[in-house]
Design a protein around this ligand. Sequence first.
Ligand code: F6R
Length: 610
Amino acid sequence: MCGIIGCAGRGGETLDTLMHGLSKLEYRGYDSAGVALSNEELSVRRKAGTLDALRSSLSSQTLLDGDDSTVEGDGLHDNPVGIGHTRWSTHGPPTDDNAHPHRDCTGRVAVIHNGIIENYQELRDELAAEGHEFHSDTDTEVVPHLIETALDTGMAPEEAVRSAVSRLEGAYAICAVIAGVDRVFAARNDSPLVLGISEEAYFLASDVPAFREFTDQVVYLDDGEFAVINKNGWRVTDVDGTVVEKSINTIEWDPEETGKSGYDHYMLKEIHEQPRALRQCLQGRVDELGGEVLLDELGALDPDTVQFVACGTSYHAALYGAQLFRSIGIPAQAFIASEYATSVPPIENDLVIGVTQSGETADTLSALREARHRGAKTLAVTNVVGSTAARECDEALYIRAGPEIGVAATKTFASQLITLSLLTLHLNGSEDDRDVIAGLRDLPSNVQAILDDTNAREIAEEYHDSDAYFFIGRGLHHPVALEGALKFKEISYEHAEGFPAGELKHGPLALVTENTPVFAVVTGDGEQARKTIGNVKEVEARDAPVIAVTDGASDVERYADHVLEIPESTPRTAALLANVQLQLVSYHAAALLDRPIDKPRNLAKSVTVE
Ligand code: F6R
């Protein structure tokens, strides 16, 4: 969804700091952007399009020389406070007028917002009846007008912001500035907001990368909390203004981890980071001599059954996790989170596991809340320490992938699979685990072997102008087929579908032609491989090009036009290795088609609306 940043104490660097922060948050939304600086005067600049459009408008005119936005004054003062926003539209198309910050009638108040204000129409009607004028289609615009109304009654700025926010229903992370007030005000409910503390400056943002360059000290705000920063400090309160004591956390990853490190795209960089991400995930959790996995951060778990809730790529990881749980005798099922609440299955000593990279996906949070409400124990499997899922669930298990900026999930999917694998080993504790554990140990180097020697680009070159692309696999390779197709379609904009291999003949085979390549994941030489080879023959008979992703243990090569090889491994790690080859094919196809790989159209990294 949208990305927001606020800062105080950066002096003449305030605008640059906001723009830098927005560049780190652009993965959250990139259809329009805007900034506001405030001291005795308030100046706002907003532009439809990517951050570059805003950047060029700022370089062609100084912020205060410009448009309708300046209230008074003739230049920036030494130490303004500022707010910035990058938008992913929910109410109204991406236009200059709908871009944030939004202002009140007097132009004194500017507000940025991430989330959805559910009662905005009611508030807008009420404010319009009082004579307020609106200039956008957004739900956000009611907020500066509510603050204006509160200020007009004589309330102090902080109280006015709290009073305005108390009228809102829905999800929001909000930052506001008021001309003549040297503070940034913020509020949070159901949308992420973190506070950053450095020696000289203070920050508010949707996510840590926005200010990581300046500090590793953060405070995670909770729902219902308000924050105020100025150049001298910070304070968190509740809705009544009572100070809330917060603990300060230290971020463990480096600022460089959020750069591209010489790769053309974040996605390619993140694909290449997988060996390291997997090592981080395994570190200190596997006792190879003892043949056991120890997840010390977890309390006692002894579920009768397990339900997974997740969306998109994380749902594919959940499908994989559910199979692993069933393989150790624990009934398990994966649900698409947005569908979970419509027919919640009976819950009795169930563990409900939310798989969510960001920990902020509204659909997943809502399913987890529903599960808790019905008495289930909940566990968040997430990448983001301090995320809402991690804080709201009874237990949290971190996948330790490091920051992922590319909108298409890659390394976090790999780390989710391995974390779920570790979880089942932790709960199972059987002698047979030794082979599996050895497979996990070899995984990072096996991924590296693929990255060092892959023909994925040649395959992409040969087939990137096909009519459609199909991906098939059985068992643990079924989620990989789904994930292969999702990655392909979201970054290449080409039609791609994934199926359980056996399902193809029950309908989708009608779509298969000589111009629809089929990627078949076949590893090992057992029953599943034999059956999938049968399905491969079915598509081969329809003249479809077949690309086998295989460890070479079966004779699938005989029926394939091309092979994407993976090293020999265990069944559960083979799925992950096959996925790396498919990630690379998607990446290269999208690059050949000249797509904006890191920011696919209409998509955002963290989807904080239902
Ligand atoms: C696809 C992708 C999305 C996310 C989904 C859930 O590449 O990234 O499908 O997996 O929006 O996000 P999280 O895992 O943050 O809950």
